[in-house]
Design a protein around this ligand. Sequence first.
Ligand SMILES: *Cc1c(COP(=O)(O)O)cnc(C)c1O
Length: 432
Amino acid sequence: MQLYSTKNSKALVSFKEAVLKGLPDDNGLFMPEFIPVLSKDFLNNLSQYSFKDVALEISGTLLKESIPEQDLEKIIGDAINFPAPVVALDFNFHVLELFHGPSLAFKDFGARFMARTMSYFNKDEDQDLIILVATSGDTGGAVAAGFYNTPGIKVVILYPSGKVSHLQEKQLTTLGNNISALEIQGTFDDCQALVKKAFLDKSLTNKLRLSSANSINIARLIPQAFYYFEAYKQVDQSRDIVFAVPSGNFGNLTAGLLAKKMGLNIAHFIAATNVNKIVPHYLETGHYEPKPSISTISNAMDVGNPSNFARMLDIYSSTWNNMKESISGFSYNDQETKEGIVEVFEKYNYIIDPHGAVAYLAFKDYLHNHPESLGIILETAHPAKFLDVVEPVLNKTIDIPERLANLAHKEKQATLLNTNYQTFKNWLIDNY
Ligand SMILES: *Cc1c(COP(=O)(O)O)cnc(C)c1O
């Protein structure tokens, strides 16, 4: 597979280069030059395939010139080692649980696959690849868990001291081994500025091989297409199947568009957002108007300029009419989101997290005009990750999954640094 930049369709690079670079030099996004349609035989017999086989068929078709089959088999076997079950609430509502991975969020799929492909492409280098990540909380946890124990790769996570939740901090600081945490006495922006400065510092990049685990890396997008097929195979395929996707940067929804291009018979997509409704507004008016983000209780979707929008436009040849034929947008405020959490619990005895609740509300509204459709709501995180919101709303304690609860007993290991660049640089040089 060759990839082009959304800003220049003529500059093609290999999959290896796209994964290791993350972003094209022109600041566009990498897109596959050609998206193949899967075989009829596979598409018509999905239910006979295991999740791993589904993942292997999709990635094998996309990447057959980039990674030999038995290497890909090993990558998929390691990366996709937890399930993505669909829970049917009733005739219309279904929930796709994407939180069964190590960090309890769907980002585990992307992070684990990206980690293993990076490690694979780095295997002939004699120098370790050092991944620098600035995090405000959630991404860091998935990236840390995803790269844990990955050969040839070291990860340095910078997080703002006192500004991530207790459990998030534990997710970042208790793994050890190839994962190091730097607790920065500053804000998230300070963390990000340190990382940016390091990438631009020639005297540092001459010594160390630095890379980023950017959320728009194409290796994070591809594995997110797997679970659209996996979900589809678990429901009644004779119905009109609609995916409701709680969205921030729109990576998840873009992966669904990729699945559809590869032949999955998806009737419609629902772009569900909180009050950061840049894409629903675009779908409604044809105007794309990025804005500063607004804080909400579904905070992983607090995005004012969605990074994958360029890919969505690219898929629809920048034509508003085409996009709005396949995608409907809906947005909800925090009060509505809380009411959604309560409604799902009272009606179905199911505890949904604030992000999933936004998608639930959106499918419910869509259903008014499409009463026969079968909705699959992407439940992007486990509700226990958002105890502060969900417990008071339901007036109920929530069971914390063992892998999250266990973290409470593990010892935090982090190096406290101030925001001085030279101190950070010296730390990197002394440690790698
Ligand atoms: C990241 C995240 C989202 C948003 O996903 P995008 O791919 O950025 O649209 C939604 N829910 C949760 C829990 C997340 O962590």
